[in-house]
Design a protein around this ligand. Structure first.
Ligand SMILES: [Zn+2]
Length: 332
């Protein structure tokens, strides 16, 4: 892995000192606040609906934000330029613009929210999730399950309001046991710098009103949430990072959470990890494994930081991979 340039070191050193665990929201706040100065709020709800066999799936936009490119560890300009060319994405190593997406699954009589996006307090271009939910025709009280891929702030921002009230009043929280433990680890918390503690505090406050009656899934294995919807361990980004496999009538979709943060680069360079991956070797191994699985089995993938609507396919390309956006689904 190429060493980051000197100018990147101070940022990366501060991330490394903080095991980088929940640093993302701070960076989103600082970088987007600069970018947004004087600019009008640009919060856009958006909904894309499709079927996975008998399962109805909604991709719900929360918005987008910009991060300094240095958070992608190993990024080397020439290779990055080539990766961006293959991805048909702009190459801007100074500013990595990423989508924040969520999904909603309707299967039988179940209505399952998958993550809840960020908040507009983090950036004016974020926090559209509730508008997207309304646009999909879903009332928050009808959501019976909230599955969290993990508890980073850009995934838990829409579940609880500033007064501490649940925004999904009837939803049971479902997440990995390792994620609950990690987020509530007081010894770890005490060892973190103040701004990172702030991120943990935010995540804890968002989770708190759902603590009673929550369901913790064993991180070590797959767990069925409802027939055709299975939680899969995808460790690395956080200790309890999980995704979902939807499987109905021969159609399969993999929702892989935060396996990819930089779609311009990581399909060509799965070995480039984001600095917020808690366990970088594990995150790289998980990324390689699910790229290989998606390409080999030709299954559709969805991800919280792929470009909205973030539904597509992974193809082999040379020694690596390429992302292909899915065509729309015109079925009712
Ligand atoms: Zn994320």
């Amino acid at each position: 892995m190429t060493q980051p340039a000197l100018s990147r070191r101070s940022l990366l050193a501060s991330l490394a000192a903080a095991p980088a665990l929940l640093a993302l929201p701070s960076l989103i706040r600082s970088s987007s606040a600069e970018a947004a100065e004087g600019a009008p709020a640009n919060k856009q709800s958006a909904v894309i609906r499709r079927r996975v066999g008998d399962i109805e799936l909604f991709a719900l936009a929360d918005g987008f934000s910009t991060l300094p490119g240095q958070v992608l560890l190993g990024l080397e300009d020439e290779a990055a330029q080539e990766a961006a060319r293959i991805a048909h994405k702009p190459h801007d190593p100074a500013a990595l613009t990423i989508s924040i997406n969520t999904y909603l699954i309707r299967s039988g009589d179940r209505l399952i929210a998958v993550d809840t996006g960020a908040t507009s307090a983090m950036a004016p271009t974020l926090g559209a999730w509730r508008d997207s939910l309304a646009e999909a025709g879903i009332a928050p009280q009808d959501v019976d399950t909230l599955f969290l891929t993990h508890a980073h702030a850009d995934h838990v921002g829409g579940m609880t309001d500033a007064s501490g009230a649940r925004l999904l009043p009837n939803a049971q929280l479902v997440l990995a046991d390792a994620e609950w433990a990690f987020t509530h680890d007081d010894a770890l918390f005490a060892s973190l710098p103040a701004d990172i503690q702030g991120n943990f505090r935010f995540s804890r406050a968002q989770l708190a009103p759902y603590a009673e009656g929550r369901k913790e899934l064993a991180m070590a294995r797959e767990s069925e949430i409802t027939p055709g919807v299975t939680a899969l361990p995808m460790p690395g980004h956080t200790p309890g990072h999980m995704g979902l496999r939807l499987d109905s009538q021969g159609e399969v979709l993999l929702i892989w959470g935060d396996v990819v943060h930089a779609p311009a680069y990581q399909f060509s360079r799965p070995d480039w990890s984001i600095a917020f991956d808690a366990d970088i070797p594990a995150a790289i191994a998980t990324r390689q494994r699910f790229f290989d699985m998606a390409a080999t089995d030709d299954v559709m993938v969805a991800g919280m930081h792929l470009d909205f609507p973030a539904l597509g396919f992974v193809e082999r390309h040379g020694n690596a991979y390429r992302y292909l956006a899915a065509p729309p689904d015109f079925r009712a």
